[in-house]
Design a protein around this ligand. Sequence first.
Ligand code: ATR
Length: 286
Amino acid sequence: MPDSRETLTIKAFVTGYPVKHSRSPLIHGHWLRQFKIDGSYEAVAIEPASLPDFMNGLRSGTNGFVGGNVTIPHKESAYRLADRPDDLAQELGAVNTLWLEDGQIHATNTDGFGFLANLDAYHKGWDRTDKAVIFGAGGASRAVVQALRNRGVREINVLNRTVSKAQELRDRFGSNIFAHSVAALGEVSAGAGLFVNTTSLGMDGSEAPFIDFSKLASGAVVTDIVYVPLKTPILKMAEEQGFSTVDGLGMLLHQARPGFEKWFGKKPDVDEELRSLIIADMDVHA
Ligand code: ATR
């Protein structure tokens, strides 16, 4: 006789290539235990060429998943392969969360939600500012720019080493976005209430150039989407210059919430226990 518990287990996944580094199984595993849900969340490495087959298996139900997360390098391809990307995903052209509904693959991107929820949790009132400075114009920057515009920040200045990529963001997200070279920092940061690093500078112990935050509004907050190390060189510089900071770990934790709710039917919270669990893992797998 088949084990009836096995047939009831709700299965979700994270896929990337490679995917070993993903901390999503730790996050969802914590919530599954917290809610005592008979479910699983597993990392599945899929080569880019095999993603269409994997998505077909998801759609037909043959791989047994109700949905999952996609990470690098699949975010754009999964967007193209999904049947029902939502409005956010269509504007971004990239997704990180998939779920099955009526035989169709629905898709969204929760990175922007995670970014805002992290700031809301650690620096309530940050969104009273009219002006933000975003350093970097890569994939992560897109979701941040979209989220800030949707929250109503009126002037979003994107600085990037390759200015044409900042201009692409302006073309994509509209007239509240202004593209600049990195050299414009002093000028464009005047009076800004939020500075966001979305570049990889400072990640995993790498160096970051000195950034002068002195023109930011007093009371401005500086945040970094890099979370390894937790206190990045850019956050350290901001602190030394007297600004409040918010680290990037919360963005990772909060972006996971909508997916968990879709697949497992419960609204999870980000608590200190979860944060500590991930920090402990960062200490082991730096
Ligand atoms: P992600 O998806 O994490 O955003 P990405 O798309 O590769 O990654 O983008 C990396 C960002 O970091 C880009 O804005 C990149 O600048 P370029 O567009 O000019 O490449 C920025 N970046 C990476 N290394 C950098 C460096 N040494 N100096 C300045 N910017 C850097």
